[in-house]
Design a protein around this ligand. Structure first.
Ligand SMILES: NCc1[nH]cc(CCC(=O)O)c1CC(=O)O
Length: 285
């Protein structure tokens, strides 16, 4: 097949609502972890992919489980956006400038744990809904500050949000934050060929390290995990952190090696942190 044989018709976009997008769940303010975290934003989409109703699925990689269902795979990543979290507050630029005992809204276990680890005096309240909903809650004074991913803010292009990107030395983001991946059926040769030119190699290398780190740590626990891989020439540097949900304890580490060995580096760093933390560290479901 040559490039001239590629389908000429427009591609149809099918919008699929997932449990994670369900407004009734959001309205009830049930913490996401109680609805069931694994595959919350992916299950219905993956079912459509397996049934053949759609041929590719576009996902925020940070919401993707580390293992895909039988028959599905991911080997196409778009160029990554800003990986950082943003601190959203009209009255302070960093979490260190917040007044004593200030109320911060977030529904992310990781952000809650990192925040309380750095500022145990703060109060965290559940904060969910889409971006606009959360910004409205902030405006209404439900909380003094919140966090959002820089990537989401940039992609949505919402003007006038009081945001300050957080240095990754202060707060590591979620694994795979800012990355978009395209999932497809195993053995779908046409789709594989169409996707190949879209794949961003460096993002793939970083995600290999980050997803391996997460997969090795994942197990049956809901312990907050943060981490980020960065490339420098032929070297990959992976940093990671695991925390107690209440922020009372944190273990962090980093590892560097060849960009070719991302998966092995991810596994090594995860095992190092698991050994440091010991078996009693983890919060089980
Ligand atoms: N879990 C929700 C989610 N999944 C991906 C993004 C942002 C975009 C990205 O990280 O790629 C967000 C929102 C947020 O964390 O603020």
């Amino acid at each position: 097949m040559t490039a001239f044989d590629l389908p000429q018709e427009a591609f149809e976009i099918v919008i699929i609502k997932t449990t994670g997008d369900d407004r009734s769940m959001i309205a009830n303010d049930i913490p996401l972890k109680e609805i069931g975290n694994k595959g919350l934003f992916t299950k219905e989409i993956e079912e459509a992919l397996l049934a053949g109703g759609i041929d590719i699925a576009v996902h925020s990689m940070k919401d993707m489980p580390t293992v895909q269902p039988e028959g599905l795979m991911l080997d196409c990543y778009l160029p990554r956006e800003d990986t950082r979290d943003a601190f959203i507050c009209s009255h302070a630029d960093t979490i260190h400038d917040l007044p004593q005992s200030a109320v911060v809204g977030t529904s992310s276990l990781r952000r809650r744990a990192q925040l309380l680890n750095r500022r145990p005096d703060l109060e965290v309240v559940e904060f969910r809904g889409n971006l606009q909903t959360r910004l409205k809650k902030l405006e209404d004074g439900v909380a003094f500050a919140t966090f959002l991913a820089c990537a989401g803010l940039k992609r949505m292009k919402i003007p006038g949000v009081p945001m300050t990107p957080i240095d990754t030395d202060d707060m590591l983001p979620a694994l795979a934050q800012g990355a978009i991946g395209i999932e497809r059926r195993v053995g779908d040769a046409l789709t594989e060929r169409l996707l190949a030119p879209l794949h961003h190699h460096d993002t793939g290398l970083r995600l290999a390290a980050e997803r391996s780190f997460l997969k090795t740590l994942d197990g049956s626990c809901e312990t907050p995990i943060a981490g980020l891989a960065e490339l420098d020439g032929d070297q990959l540097r992976l940093r990671g952190e695991i925390l107690k949900t209440d922020g009372s304890l944190s273990y962090a580490g980093e590892i560097s090696g060849s960009i070719k060995d991302g998966a092995a580096l991810g596994e090594s760093l995860a095992k190092e942190l698991l050994a440091k933390a010991g078996p009693d560290f983890f919060d089980h479901l």
